[in-house]
Design a protein around this ligand. Structure first.
Ligand code: GDP
Length: 297
């Protein structure tokens, strides 16, 4: 699982301070220096680390800690609260349109896990929220992507709307929404095209779909294994499309986890879900507080 290295380091750092009946400014400085190094090593964005450490220091050297009866534990509480806030604070909910169907647009680079996540999200909406989604294949450049979504639909026993590769994605998506209304599908999840790199042609196409469909959510799917690149990708998609949330995939892998800790701070958009494996039931709602607890032990 991602974060193991970071978790080990942070846990041994904070252990030194937990039981202390008295915490000096020097203790806090030493602790924050180690936390800083651990975060940088976990590939957390440099500026994000700087701001976080500043806040932890301000609070830990302040009255809140120094005058408490259990200063050691109080310092840890501060670190945990700040890590939680960094990852988005509260868990974010998924939108529900006033009038169904709720339209979710999935965007991201090829290989990030977009199509798989489309299937996983549909599965989660049905299982946890009792919804009845329609999946839409809008990657008109890769017949294999359409086939992949159709296969997922078969596995899930869920409808998939596709019109092949010769129709404009805006038209496919609009027709899909009409179909969802007829068939009483309350969610429409659109799997859009991906590319190997961010490029203007892709962005223009996504922007057209967005303008025409006015989706309730635009989820950017990013691969946590790609570290700082994931953060850069999130930044450019957000600039162009004003996304509503992020799905971080492959958090089950041996990643350093920095992306999860930087994305919210850099884009100011919440991480809504985390992909924890290749199987269709391995998508979890992202809980910043639980994640911070996992990291800090
Ligand atoms: P797309 O090109 O963005 O649509 O990516 P795909 O959905 O085809 O996924 C690319 C690869 O990543 C596939 O082999 C997926 O099984 C794998 N994958 C997707 N999400 C996860 C995840 O959360 N964990 C792991 N380990 N693999 C994932």
């Amino acid at each position: 699982m991602a974060f193991e290295g970071l978790a080990d380091r942070l846990q041994s750092t904070i252990k030194k301070i937990t039981g202390k009946g008295k915490v000096s400014e020097q203790d806090v400085k030493e602790m924050t220096r180690e936390v800083r190094l651990a975060l940088l090593e976990a590939d957390v964005n440099f500026k994000v680390v700087k701001d976080l450490i500043k806040r932890i220091k301000e609070r830990a050297i302040g009255q809140e800690v120094m005058e408490s009866l259990t200063p050691g534990q109080q310092v840890i509480k501060v670190v945990k609260e700040e890590l939680t806030a960094l990852m988005g604070g509260e868990q974010s909910k998924i939108a529900v349109a006033d009038r169904p169907p709720t339209v979710i647009m999935m965007v991201g680079l090829q290989g990030a896990g977009k199509t798989t996540t489309t299937g996983k999200l549909a599965n989660l909406l049905r299982k946890k929220h009792n919804r009845n989604p329609l999946l839409v294949a809008c990657d008109v450049y890769r017949p294999a992507a359409i086939k992949q979504l159709e296969t997922l639909g078969e596995q899930l026993d869920m409808p998939v709307f596709s019109m092949g590769t010769d129709v404009n994605p805006v038209e496919i998506a609009s027709k899909a929404i009409e179909k969802a209304k007829e068939d009483h599908n309350d969610y429409v999840i659109i799997d859009t095209a991906g590319r190997l790199h961010v490029d203007s042609e892709l962005m223009d196409e996504l922007d057209q779909i967005k303008t025409n469909l006015k989706p309730d959510e635009i989820f950017l799917v990013v691969d946590a294994m790609t570290g700082q690149d994931a953060v850069n990708v999130a930044e450019s998609f957000n600039e162009q499309l004003d996304i509503s949330g992020v799905v971080l995939t492959k958090l089950d892998g041996d990643t350093r986890g920095g992306a999860a800790l930087s994305i919210k701070a850099v884009t100011n958009k919440p991480i809504k879900f985390a992909g924890m494996g290749e199987k269709l039931d391995q998508l979890e709602a992202f809980h910043p507080e639980r994640m911070a607890s996992r990291i800090l032990g």
